[in-house]
Each structure stands twice: as C-alpha cells, then as structure tokens.
Design a protein around this ligand. Structure first.
Ligand SMILES: Cc1cc2nc3c(=O)[nH]c(=O)nc-3n(C[C@H](O)[C@H](O)[C@H](O)COP(=O)(O)O)c2cc1C
Length: 219
C-alpha cells in the first residue's frame, strides 16, 4: 500500500508561487542559469512522473538545445518560405512584418522542447477497452498537455521562461526528417525557452464565480 505523506505547507506555497509566476514570455535570450544536464533531467522527470490514462506512457519528448534549437526554427522558417509564402497563402507583407520576425524571435531562445504522441501506444488500448475506445485519443492529448504544463513549471522553477507554439502539422515531416524521428509520432506542441528578456502581457481574469463552484464545504 502506498502511504501518502502530508505535503508541507511550504511545498504548497512554492507550487502556487510557481503557478503564478509561469507566464508566456516571447522575448527570450539564449542563456540558461542551469547546465544542460539539469534540463535533460527535468525532461526525464516529466517522462517518468507525469501520469497517463491506464499508464499508457504515449508521450514522447525531444529536447533541442543551442544549434539544434536554432536548426528547428530555421526549418520552420524554410517550411513557411518554400510553402505558404511561396504559394501566396501567407501574404509577403504579413510574412515580412509579423510571422518571420516572430519565428526569428523564437530562434533567439536557448532551447525548445518538442511534445509528441506515439499512436502505437494508444490504438491497442482502444481494442483492449472498447468501452473507452473514443476516449483514448483525447486522453492522449490530456497527458501530453500535462507534460507541457509540468515542463513549463519546471523551467520556471530553475529560472527559465517559456512560450508554447503550434506549428504542427505544417512542420511535422521536416521535423521527423531533420532529427530522424519515427514518422508515426504526432507532433503536438513546441515549447521555446530561455532567459526572460521581456515582460509577460497584461492578463485579464474572468470572475471566479463563473468558473468555479463548490458544494459541501465545511467551515
Ligand atoms: C493549449 C494552449 C495552446 C496555446 N497555443 C499557443 C500558440 O500556438 N502560440 C502562442 O503564442 N501561445 C499559445 N498559447 C499561450 C496562451 O496564449 C497563453 O498561455 C494565454 O494567453 C495565457 O497567458 P499566460 O501564459 O501568460 O498565462 C497556448 C496556451 C495553451 C494553454
């Protein structure tokens, strides 16, 4: 039997403070207060300790640092230039004035974590548990999102800032090829990180009463 030890209130305060401090930061510099080995460990810990439905462990994580990080954003820029910009889907002015500078900004960070789902570990579950067959796909996205949030908080905890991007499925093929990854892995998100070189945007909060209801609480 697993004995659950009470969590000290300082741990709870530390968690809240991390959750509050985690924000979307786009201006990132290519430096890190911690060594790359600690970043590797942080990603390993996400893979080990974030839960998944029926313990499927379908999430795959790829950590790109330094030149490999810059190579990713060069790939994204190239995919845009040779595809959507060349065929006019993204107008030249929008590309030059907005998307390209945004991508170059992301390239200026320290690293990127790529989040994938491996469908090979999801499909057999649907066969084994037909009652839940339609839920395994959304559950795979849930566990992937949990990995994203864990890593965002973990980066914050070591003094790094981040933002979350979705250039999939546009870049899926180029990414699989660029790092010899299994082509079946589905890219879900890209988290860019580095040392904060700018502020988070002002954030509005909807009223809590609209979003949370509590029943049965005692004094
Ligand atoms: C599921 C999800 C998808 C997001 N996708 C993007 C994205 O593609 N590009 C982007 O710049 N920010 C993206 N964001 C960041 C949100 O816009 C941001 O988290 C939100 O505005 C709240 O701001 P905060 O992160 O500073 O608290 C995403 C966030 C979440 C949770």
């Amino acid at each position: 039997m697993t004995v659950i030890e009470p969590t000290p209130s300082s741990a709870s305060a530390a968690l809240l403070s991390l959750a509050k401090a985690r924000r979307t930061i786009y201006q990132l510099s290519p430096t890190s207060p911690v060594p790359d080995s600690q970043l590797q460990e942080l990603v390993n810990n996400a893979a080990l300790h974030v839960p998944s439905s029926f313990n499927t462990q379908s999430t795959r994580l790829v950590l790109l640092l330094h030149d490999e990080h810059r190579k990713l954003w060069d790939v994204v820029i190239k995919v845009f230039e040779e595809g959507l910009v060349a065929d006019g889907t993204v107008p030249k002015e929008a590309w030059e004035g907005f998307t390209k500078p945004k991508l170059e900004g992301l390239r200026g960070g320290y690293g990127t974590v790529l989040f994938f789902e491996d469908p090979a570990h999801v499909a057999p579950m649907a066969e084994k548990f037909p009652m839940y067959k339609d839920l395994f796909a959304p559950w795979a996205q849930h566990t992937n999102a949990m990995h994203q949030y864990y890593i965002w908080l973990a980066l914050q905890s070591v003094g790094l800032a981040a933002n979350l991007q979705h250039y999939n499925p546009l870049i899926d093929e180029a990414v699989a090829k660029g790092w010899s990854l299994p082509s079946e892995w589905k890219l879900v998100a890209q988290m860019v990180f580095g040392t904060a070189a700018g502020e988070a945007k002002e954030k509005a909060f909807k009223p809590l009463e609209e979003r949370v209801r509590v029943f049965g609480a005692k004094e």
